[in-house]
Design a protein around this ligand. Structure first.
Ligand code: HEM
Length: 379
């Protein structure tokens, strides 16, 4: 991973230009990610621009004890049983999307984006037909290739953030409308369950349910889109391993885990220090923004043998692509299931599939997202 290669010895460094800390090492990230008291998930208070959005119900930004209360609610929605029951619907959707593909195809537009977004929209109970709107609103958050500075705010940075916040605001308003409607007419969907749920004898507010839905909708699709694209990209680049997986489907789950390690979709997650801490031989003061580069940790030679080698038989594979500790990805079982079903059905349908040599893939411009946003294929 490029950041780690620049710094073979240092696992933690201060980045002067942005006023933030970068953490690249596996044990160092594990230390930070499992210590929410010293490394808070509420990073907004360090934001260089006033953030008007509320964090009520935003699971990813909450610390204990609020975090546990909400996490319990969402865990019910993603139990192994609930996720396993989605298998027929995910297979049906994948088959329908594959039916629309022939000859030359573009994986992201035709399968890797629509599949997870339809699944999460159906779970929440919002119309999957609105997915082009979600894409427009959510894309705005990830179109920059700049790292934000906490020390100097530039007009471009402020303009970008203002625009992104306005787009996210549209998604929140959209979810608010659905939440209000569910209060009056509950249905059998996740939004209704959240509207009716009680935490310590109290119902969640509309804002909490809407923000909760926002986190699920955003976290629940882009990352899985990248997982599907990255897995095909890695397999295509290693034809002998692709042939092995085609011949022995029991390797599919491991191939997906290895893709998550090798090209981790959610490359970095952020924390704010609450006090002075020692990490990787450095002293980090209180109220510092710390970026935990899980994608770099997933190639740490202290943890993984031959980390630069993509190996579909790697086992065990304790990668950090879904995080670890109290914020461990709620949707991991769902993402794994979607990956498994999609890869199997793609291999069944298109045994000769390869990337299009005349049309190279395009990658996400944002450094904290590792994945293709266009992957042209010859089927
Ligand atoms: C949390 C990655 C798919 C919902 C996380 C975290 C990571 C992650 C690294 C931890 C963030 C942190 O510690 O700050 C991924 C990847 C995915 C994926 C790589 C796909 C390949 C999904 C899906 C859903 C989802 C499908 C929902 C259906 C969430 C939620 C959290 C989370 C709600 C916050 C959990 C908490 O704060 O307690 N994800 N995710 N993710 N993810 Fe995922």
């Amino acid at each position: 991973f490029w950041l780690r290669q620049d710094l073979p010895e240092r696992k933690v460094r201060y980045e002067e230009s942005t006023g933030t800390w970068d953490v690249f090492g596996y044990p160092e990230i594990q230390q930070a990610i499992t210590d929410p008291k010293a490394f808070s998930s509420d990073t907004r208070r360090l934001s260089p621009v006033a953030d008007q959005t509320s964090t009520e119900g935003m699971l990813t930004q909450l610390d204990p004890p609020e975090h546990q209360k909400l996490r319990k609610l969402v865990s019910h929605a993603f139990t192994p049983k609930v996720v396993a029951d989605l298998e027929p619907r995910i297979s049906e959707l994948t088959t329908e999307l594959l039916d629309g593909m022939s000859g030359r195809a573009e994986l992201v537009d035709e399968l890797a984006y629509p599949l997870p977004v339809i699944v999460i929209a159906e779970l929440l109970g919002v119309p999957a037909g609105d997915r082009d709107l979600f894409k427009q609103w959510v894309d705005s958050m990830f179109t920059t290739n700049n790292r934000f500075s906490l020390t100097e705010t530039s007009p471009e940075q402020e303009e970008y953030l203002a625009k992104a916040m306005a787009e996210v605001g549209k998604l929140t308003d959209y979810l608010h409308q659905h939440v209000r409607e569910r209060r009056e007419h509950p249905r059998e969907d996740l939004l209704s369950k959240l509207v009716l749920a009680e935490v310590d004898g109290q119902r969640l507010s509309d804002a909490e349910v809407a923000n909760f839905g926002l986190v699920l909708l955003v976290a629940g699709h882009i990352t899985t889109t990248m997982l599907l694209g990255n897995t095909l990209l890695c397999l295509d680049a290693h034809p002998e391993q692709f042939a092995r997986v085609r011949a022995d489907r029991s390797l599919v789950p491991r191939a997906i885990e290895e893709s998550l390690r090798f090209l981790s979709p959610f490359a970095a997650t952020a924390r704010a220090t609450t006090r002075e801490v020692e990490l990787g031989g450095e002293t980090i003061g209180a109220d510092q923004l710390v970026l935990l580069w899980v994608a770099a940790a997933n190639r740490d030679p202290r943890q993984f043998d031959r980390p630069e080698v993509f190996d579909v038989t790697r086992d065990p594979n304790p990668h950090l692509a879904f995080g670890r500790g109290i914020h461990f990805c709620v949707g991991a079982p769902l993402a794994r299931l979607e990956g498994r079903i999609a890869l199997n059905l793609i291999m069944d349908r298109f045994p000769e599939l390869r990337t299009d040599p005349d049309s190279p893939p395009e990658f996400m411009p944002n450094p904290s997202m590792t994945g293709v946003r266009r992957l042209p294929l010859l089927l």
